[in-house]
Write a protein that binds this ligand. Structure first.
Ligand code: PLP
Length: 230
């Protein structure tokens, strides 16, 4: 199917059940993104700051850009003027930096706190204890230019559905608990971003209301760098 047809059929499935589609366009060309845009998609996700800035500059200004990849503090300044949401906040340090640069641009930047749920060693994100400690801290209370909209998680990359479902279930429970404990009065703590191309149906079943899909929309990404086999 074409990119446009993929977008249309996903929107038909996801809109009625209140699930927001982030089209993850990393490594994809402006032409491919425009094909999704022409089909009505306005929300795109990128995982690299530089790539996102270049696409922001070249493409229509009514696109909402979500950062879904790890953010280094020294790169916050490049996206602060325009980024719509940062889904990959994984430390108080980066949150403070986002607050600082958002203030310079008179903005409030929406953020998701990334939680480590996968059974893998290399993924970014808070663990439960760290997350709660940060939410309780005075430092966290004093950040007027960020607005925490919810949580984001990436499940283990495995064919074992049971493992993936458990991880999504765990994140949904954490989301509900954190909402009740820390954001009871804030209607804007409303976003649970979990699920990628391989596991988004399971994520929705477990309570996701935002999914991040790349290859389902745009086709497989070409691996640009690989080891020489010789
Ligand atoms: C690349 C990426 C996605 C999309 O991955 P697909 O498997 O192509 O759907 C989703 N979330 C994050 C954080 C990513 O880096």
């Amino acid at each position: 199917m074409s990119i446009a047809a993929n977008i249309e059929s996903l929107q038909v499935d996801l809109n009625p059940i209140g699930v927001t589609l982030v089209a993850v366009s990393k490594t994809k060309s402006n032409e491919e993104i425009m094909e999704a845009y022409q089909a009505g998609q306005r929300l795109f996700g990128e995982n690299m700051v530089q790539e996102m800035v270049e696409k922001y500059e070249a493409l229509p200004k009514d696109i909402a850009w979500h950062l879904v990849g790890h953010l280094q503090t020294n790169k916050v300044k490049y996206i602060a003027p325009f980024v719509s949401m940062i889904q990959s906040v994984d430390s108080l340090k980066v949150l403070k930096e986002i607050d600082k640069h958002a203030a310079k641009h008179n903005r409030t930047i929406d953020c998701l706190l990334q939680v480590y749920i996968a059974d893998e060693g290399t993924k970014f994100g808070f663990d439960h204890a760290e997350l709660i400690e940060m939410l309780r801290s005075d430092d966290f209370q004093g950040l007027p230019h960020i607005r925490v909209r919810g949580l984001m998680g990436i499940a283990t990359n495995t064919d074992n559905e049971k493992v993936v479902k458990e991880e999504f279930y765990e994140l949904k429970m954490l989301f509900d608990g954190i909402k009740a404990s820390f954001f009871r009065k804030e209607d804007t703590f409303d976003t649970l971003s979990m699920g990628m191309s391989s596991d988004y149906s399971l994520a929705i079943e477990k309570g996701a209301n935002m999914v991040r899909l790349g290859s389902t929309i745009f086709g497989k990404r070409v691996i640009k760098h690989y080891k020489n086999k010789e």
